[in-house]
Design a protein. Sequence first.
Length: 132
Amino acid sequence: LLLGDTHWARREPEAAIPYYEECLSPCREHGDVAGTASLLDRLAKMHRLLNREEQALSYFQAALDCWQKLSIPDREAMTWANMGDICKRRGDVSRAIRCHEQALALYRNIKSPKAIEALEKELEALQGIQRG
């Protein structure tokens, strides 16, 4: 895990991926849902840096499932927002809006003013794009 993080810090996502993947199986085998979620999140971010958006979305979705099992709303919200950002880059504005709305609802529940403000602005921009 530390070697993966070292490569991530050096902006070497391709080198980080194998280390994260290597750690993923033991986490899953031992039922470490939090460890699994963290690794899936890291893998998603590495793939996003490499512009492998479909893979990134897949890893983010898997991480989201774990965060929901653990009932960790701030991590759920962050993951929804990350997924929304990828959807926006891919031109899937409707899906980006849905993802950001999910994130916004969670951030409102946990009362995170900065995140709320940022997501409200992002949603406003996305809705403007959608209207054309």
